[in-house]
Design a protein around this ligand. Sequence first.
Ligand code: FPP
Length: 245
Amino acid sequence: MALFEKQKKDLSRPVPRHIAIIMDGNGRWAKKRGMPRSYGHAAGSETFRRIATYCKDIGVDFLTVYAFSTENWKRSEEEVGAIMGLLQKYLIEALEKMEKDRVKICFMGDLSRLPEELQALCANAVEKSKHFDGVQLNICLNYGGRDEILHAAREYARRCASGECTPEELDEETFSSLLYSAGVPDPDLIIRPSGELRLSNFLLWQAAYAEFYYTDVLWPDFTPEELEKAIAAFNSRSRRFGGTK
Ligand code: FPP
């Protein structure tokens, strides 16, 4: 029996409540095969589908994926177009299978810069899935951690300027409620495949006490078995949140 089939039935091991993934390595995966980068992104989006389904099956409550950063606009028009096309394809499919999958789809990022058709699909997916209680999938799209913090700071400054609140009243809870991730618990586990050891502007505020897991496996080759290795590593850590055990 495949490992992931076995694990579905194994309720004994704890599973992180919120897993966040930097889906990295698509370009290198394609290059190794002499193919264009878009080929790697297409393979990466298949991996995303498998991992999202697996997370749902093992009872992860929140899955957050870094699909397109505020810096990714620097890539060629062709590559940006390919990623947007894959997102569009995924959302069309997700809308069709929504009743069966019961995945709650949310977005984090400034969607206003996306193609209008994609914006409409995002809005539709959010609206139609808002009552679902399966895994909550947060897709980070035109997302940057610094952009998110600036966006929240501007909003709070606006409220102060209008007399609604004062700078002294600002606390972590209020600030968190102004982030794109409002209402979502901080990630417990952040996974970065492809051997890179950096955060790349991902969940800067939310990552404060996240456990990190890195692997050299490129994202298109990341399997449920690899995810299980990350979960096992997570379960072997001692989380103290700045306190003592
Ligand atoms: C990073 O790898 C990957 C991206 C910037 C795009 C991720 C997008 C997808 C997996 C497809 C669409 C997503 C969904 C949710 C359907 P890279 O290109 O930087 O890889 P490299 O470091 O090897 O060049």
